[in-house]
Design a protein around this ligand. Structure first.
Ligand SMILES: Nc1ncnc2c1ncn2[C@@H]1O[C@H](COP(=O)(O)OP(=O)(O)OP(=O)(O)O)[C@@H](O)[C@H]1O
Ligand SMILES: [Mg+2]
Ligand SMILES: [Zn+2]
Length: 372
């Protein structure tokens, strides 16, 4: 099967499809409807959450050929995705949409030429749109060149800076731009999109497996889509939990849950055997312990504050949450000490030549207290 490059194929073509960034979408659509784009935008936030995607959407909004003729355009605040310009932007071929990678050497030169480039009006479209990606990598000279432009931007210019590190953008620049902060996306939105992609690509994958991918991606759409892509490119169109576990070295919820059950019950030999299996399976023990600690922390929190259920609902599958709630009923004060012991072990593990030993010692020590 050919490589899918899922994250490119499924890049949102409309604001409607940009998930988990509702506030941003609302404002940008409003600007589109009213035909009041800013001259400068700064999109900041974690990787794979929609910054570059939104920049391209603005480029389309600015230059879509239907904007003048189509009555509906103003009502929707979306690009048509059908005219020659929209399509050229999708293909990265639009003459008046200039994408600059701030991290590359070429990017530095391009910024240096920016001042001249900006002076010439757009060749084919209404706006000249500059998308400067990885803007945190820009040099002092580049920022100065940009500042000059932002002080007196020609009417036909829109500049969009995208960065994961907003604190590296000079205040002189950021105060002249409209700023949007992209958020990490809730797990359920990621699962929802992955499920849609899997369906369209005819990939068989269980909810459990989708959940593990979303968990691994930690709020980044791109990471989740790349991982799904990687799993599919192994060959067949069936992806199971074990394959994902092996690929990312992270263990799925059900197994963490089974291990936590042993801890809660005080089953020392069961827990030690489990650790041996995890270690021999080539999994990352730190990652494993981190997941276990998170699991126990959730149980503990649910025990003392049932209202937290509402928050956890957004972070995990309903069936998983039900299991945590059931486990929380068996929690005793001694389990708090166990959790602390495990957290200490986690700190020690990261600097140890033998990461398995602090974990084993913590299990023996922590479960001793539970039995007595
Ligand atoms: N909010 C979102 N809704 C739906 N899909 C998204 C969203 N954000 C990202 N994606 C998916 O992830 C891919 C990468 O997104 P994008 O390039 O916009 O990320 P980014 O925020 O610019 O990340 P980086 O900081 O790494 O450049 C997109 O092609 C799309 O498939
Ligand atoms: Mg980007
Ligand atoms: Zn269009």
């Amino acid at each position: 099967m050919p490589h899918l490059a899922i994250y490119r194929k499924y890049r949102p073509a409309t604001f409607e499809d940009l998930l988990g960034q509702e506030t941003i979408v609302k404002i940008l659509k409003e600007e589109a409807k009213q035909d009041r784009l800013s001259h400068a935008y700064i999109f900041s936030g974690p990787r794979g959450t929609g910054k570059t995607t939104s920049a391209r959407l603005i480029a389309k909004i600015a230059n879509c050929e239907k904007r003048a003729s189509d009555q509906k355009f103003r009502e929707k605040g979306e690009p048509c995705n059908d005219c020659a310009t929209c399509r050229a932007i999708d293909e990265g071929k639009a003459l008046d949409v200039i994408e600059i990678d701030g991290a590359s050497n070429r990017g530095v030169d391009e910024i240096r030429n920016l001042k001249e480039s900006i002076r010439t009006s757009p060749s084919a479209s209404r706006f000249k749109v500059y998308i400067i990606d990885e803007a945190h990598m820009l040099t002092k000279d580049a920022w100065n060149a940009l500042l000059k432009t932002l002080e007196e931007p020609p009417a036909y210019v829109v500049i969009i800076l995208a960065t994961t590190e907003i604190e590296k953008v000079p205040a002189t620049i950021s105060s002249r731009a409209q700023k949007f902060y992209f958020k990490l996306v809730p797990r359920e939105k990621i699962v929802q999109k992955l499920a849609r992609i899997a369906k369209e690509e005819d990939v068989k994958i269980s909810p459990e497996a989708l959940d593990l991918i979303a968990d691994y991606a930690e709020g980044s759409f791109r990471d989740s889509e790349s991982l799904l892509d990687q799993m599919v490119s192994f060959g067949d169109k069936t992806v199971d939990v074990e394959e994902i576990e092996k690929a990312v070295g992270k263990i799925s919820f059900d197994k963490i849950d089974a291990f936590a059950e042993m801890l809660v019950k005080g089953d020392v030999s069961g827990a030690l055997a489990f650790v041996a299996e995890v270690a021999d399976g080539g999994f990352n023990l730190s990652q494993f312990l981190r997941d276990v600690i998170q699991h126990l922390r959730r149980i503990l929190v649910l025990r003392v504050s049932p209202q937290m259920e509402e928050i956890f609902k957004k972070e995990m599958m309903a069936e998983h949450l039900a299991k945590l709630i059931a486990q929380s009923k068996n929690l005793k004060p001694a389990h708090i000490a166990l959790l602390k012991t495990l957290i200490n072990a986690y700190g020690e593990m990261r600097y140890s030549q033998f990461p398995r030993i602090p974990l084993e010692v913590a299990i023996v020590e922590g479960l001793e207290k539970i039995k007595s």
